[in-house]
Design a protein around this ligand. Structure first.
Ligand code: S2G
Ligand code: ZN
Length: 420
């Protein structure tokens, strides 16, 4: 039992020391989290939030902890509520393709499980995000919401744990493709990149599953730092184009026709294509390990920006002109199909002078082009003060009203997403 504010609160499930920890965290004042709670069920999340809400204890929800803007990092003494133990797969329906699982499941585990059912995670074209069709969430006061109706789930998607904690999802999973092809292409200009993407959409149509851009300095990160091998020589731009379908002969014929036509139009200067699993993985590594390559390149300013497709790459030359040789490397890569570029600026060491040259310029530039200052990495702790570059003051006001309604005591992930 745990006695609190002259009221006996019977939390039989939790050991007394858990609530002692919670209480100590509450009284600890400013500092860092002293308490990480790892509930296993929606009901346990509900009890934790109900207690924390009653005692005004701030909570920092943590899922996979892969964020890049501090969204899952406690700022002061918030209690960390980790969903890492909520990793149970509840059901898989081979006919409907619907997977129901707890929200703490990681993609890799789900993908492996689904492969045995001839299914795959429904990753969208651009940023490998998956689309879930239903959610169960817990509100700040501990109320459990089954978001089956009225698309209530959209309230919680992207709210970074500030409006509620997602505990269970139902995901509509497509059949695992029987055919997969990957092409790695070398191009001279960004205009050629745009023309090639447009051609890929027309020529490959429904089997086009990824269209990624890598510039010369981005690829150099993985070839120089990670010693990966590019299958083609050096070009100003590279594209990684993937198709997924149900008939390999059909897909291979479409891919080859597309590549021959793009080559004869002079859009691509060189390229390779394969449907061998190991070779496809090697080509994807050239794209997916760029982030890892950046960790060897000095201090890196990272910007996850979405821009209109025709301006997708415009920030890179703009930053090169602005920073000159005060930056070691200015590179851009990302999800062309999604309009989401990852601008990375590496320097030998951090200086306020460099930061002042970059910010708020990068956000003003984005705002002028009607882009978004965050595409897939979220707002977190790092970007609330810039959110006005992408959101109108009316939208921000509505977000604050929703926050006040959903979490009146402000216990859920404070200092994140919304500007003070
Ligand atoms: C990617 C990874 C994070 C970054 O590689 O698509 O989302 O900005 C990025 O390096
Ligand atoms: Zn990305």
């Amino acid at each position: 039992m745990f006695y609190e504010s002259n009221k006996k609160v019977n939390h039989a499930r939790f050991k007394p020391q858990t609530f002692a920890l919670l209480n100590r965290s509450r009284k600890a004042g400013i500092g860092y989290s002293q308490c990480v709670l790892r509930p296993k069920t929606t009901e346990e999340v509900s009890r934790i939030l109900s207690f924390c809400n009653e005692h005004r204890i701030a909570v920092c929800p943590q899922g996979g902890n892969t964020g890049l803007v501090g969204g899952s990092v406690p700022v002061f003494d918030e209690v960390v509520l980790s969903t890492s133990l909520m990793d149970q797969i509840i059901s898989t329906n081979d006919t409907s393709g619907v997977l129901v699982c707890q929200a703490g499941c990681i993609l890799e585990k789900l993908d492996t499980h689904l492969a045995d059912h001839g299914l795959m995670m429904p990753l969208d074209l651009g940023a490998k995000r998956f689309l879930s069709s239903w959610r169960q969430c817990v509100k700040a006061n501990g109320e459990v919401l089954d978001c089956l109706r009225y698309h209530l789930k959209h309230l919680f998607i992207g709210s970074e744990g500030t409006l509620g904690i997602v505990t269970k999802v139902a995901i509509q999973c497509p059949a695992k493709p029987k055919a997969q092809n990957v092409a790695f292409l070398g191009l001279e200009s960004f205009q050629d990149v745009l023309k090639t993407m447009k051609k890929a959409k027309y020529d490959l149509g429904e089997i086009l599953s990824s269209c990624e851009l890598i510039d010369e300095l981005s690829l150099d990160l993985v070839t120089s730092h990670l010693k990966l091998n590019s299958p083609i020589s050096v070009y100003p731009f590279y594209m990684l184009i993937e198709t997924q379908g149900s008939n390999n002969d059909h897909d291979e014929m479409k891919m080859n026709a597309f590549l021959e036509s793009a080559m004869s139009d002079g859009l691509i200067l060189d390229g390779t294509t394969t449907n061998e699993v190991s070779k496809m993985q090697s080509l994807w590594e050239l794209r997916e390990r760029i982030t890892e390559g950046l960790t060897h390149d000095g201090y890196v300013f990272k910007y996850d920006i979405s821009l209109p497709t025709k301006n997708f790459y415009s920030l890179v030359p703009a930053m090169k002109e602005r920073l000159g040789d005060s930056a070691k490397r200015i590179c851009g890569y990302g999800h062309l199909g999604d309009g989401n570029i990852h601008l990375n600026i590496s320097v030998r060491e951090f200086t306020q002078d460099i930061l002042d040259k970059i910010e708020p310029f990068v956000y003003e530039f984005t705002s002028k082009l009607k882009g978004s200052i965050s595409a897939e990495h979220g707002i977190g702790f790092r970007k609330p003060k810039y959110i006005h570059y992408s959101k109108s003051k009316e939208s921000i006001a509505l977000m604050k009203q929703l926050k006040a309604m959903m979490d009146p005591n402000g216990i859920l992930n404070p200092y994140k997403v919304l500007p003070a």
